[in-house]
Design a binder for this molecule. Sequence first.
Ligand code: FAD
Ligand code: SIN
Length: 524
Amino acid sequence: MEADVLIIGSGAAGLTAALQLATSRKVVVLAKGSISDGATAWAQGGIAAVLEPGDNFANHIEDTMVAGAGLNNRATVEFVVENAPVAIERLAKLGVPFNLEGNDWHLTREGGHSHRRIVHVDDATGWAVQQALETAARAHPNIILVPDMVAVDLISGRHQERFSTSGRIHGAYALNRKTGQVETFTARATILASGGAGRAYLYSTAPRGATGDGIAMAWRAGCRVSNMEFMQFHPTCLYNLEVKNFLITEAVRGEGGILKNPKTGHRYMPDYDERAELAPRDIIARANDAEIKRDGLDYVHLDISHKPPEFVKTHFPNIYEKLLGLGIDITREPIPVVPAQHYTCGGVLVDIDGRTDAPGLYAAGEVMQSGLHGANRLASNSLLECFVFGDACARHIEAHWDSLPPPPPIQHWDASRVTDSDEEVVIAQCWREIRQFMWNFVGIVRTTKRLERAQHRIDLLRSEVGDYYSHFRVTPDLIELRNLVEVAALIIRSALSRHESRGLHFTLDYPVMATTAIDTILVP
Ligand code: FAD
Ligand code: SIN
């Protein structure tokens, strides 16, 4: 199939770009499962923007830079923060029913923000945003949404019928889950909007499909990848033996929730940081981890039951209902919580227009590293980044349309030398191993020895998975595993190369922050 622009990913970043481009171009959007399967639909807290009287851009910029521990790119931070109010207005016009207080936005507060700054739709903002974007995209005659289409690899010069060493990207090969066939999607420009890599970890709030496919595909296509050691762990994921990855939004702490040690009942956050429960989430995640490890606990408690029941129910209706269904009445008792992987700060390196190193390839959203987050993302800045960069990619493509060559004739996917797998157990086993050792050796608190152990294991798995991939027909699980191995290797390599503790990268061997902040940039 040929489009003007191919977008891989149908979350906040992909659909924002699609809607902007569709005024003049034919756009094809791929999703590897259903269209609303990404992290966007799962977002709870909301979107950060300067909308409160008394707040200003300088405050939001400063808060973002403080959370990012000096590694942010100031120009990118300014660009995103200053474009935030417009992005919110655009979403409101699309029909996102943000909570209001009279004629004003209702704003919540989250850790690391010096002002109330989070626009939201109750405690299920992402779902409302995804629905509004999807409805508009479905109604647009220039947008084709293609679910169940798993991108395998980007198409470059070496896939042309007339081989070329050009690194230009002309689209992607993708596996149709329904037919089992790999199809060819070509375009003048391709945007990666495929989300993060949270599923490299055993415990994660991210959806099942967050396997870093876009990062791995761009890396294989020759693009630099940056700051992969900065994996964000959310401090408060529900601890429940059946429901494994339900987030308890940061807004619960923003609205007065406190963290307690379940053994002693002690409110411990003031012992760790003067901002207590409103400290940035890396500090709180490490504090929770320390309490759990020191006292041999399964979880810590997050308690909002001291607030009036009506307040709790109206502010957190979805969390209240969900937990009531699990036998926890949050208006009367504390919530058992643990830290879990939550957000991939690193990714494909892009410039302010979302351009990657490969001509014709752009990236927006969690898949990329734009310089906004630095060493730690400020809460609710990531949806914002999707809207601003989705728009930026689209505008750059439109402005440079005439310089983008039409795709040349491309070779079809060759499956003549592979057979159906006779040992699928290998995939499940490798997948489990990676997630387990990434959690234990490349988690919240690191040491060089543990990282080296992880590196030995990933080297072995990489060669096993590479061998498997070259012999057997691709399946969705194999595609994801191949990407997960690649991304885990990038995370480990980046973590080993950072000889300091900064933001989300905390290592006992180098506990001090270096005087100069330098990005980790890996070159393929
Ligand atoms: P996603 O929304 O994750 O979409 C990825 C898309 O890529 C999907 O359509 C997927 O199918 C597609 N895709 C992936 N791989 C392939 C492939 N190989 N082939 C084809 N398609 C592919 N951020 C905030 O700012 N505020 C919040 O309140 C907030 N809450 C969160 C709560 C939870 C539980 C989680 C997990 C995250 C939260 N975040 C929040 C982070 C935020 O939701 C994400 O960073 C953001 O939604 C990412 O959007 P995206 O468009 O980049 O990717
Ligand atoms: C949350 O609601 O706590 C998540 C916010 C975010 O990830 O930005």
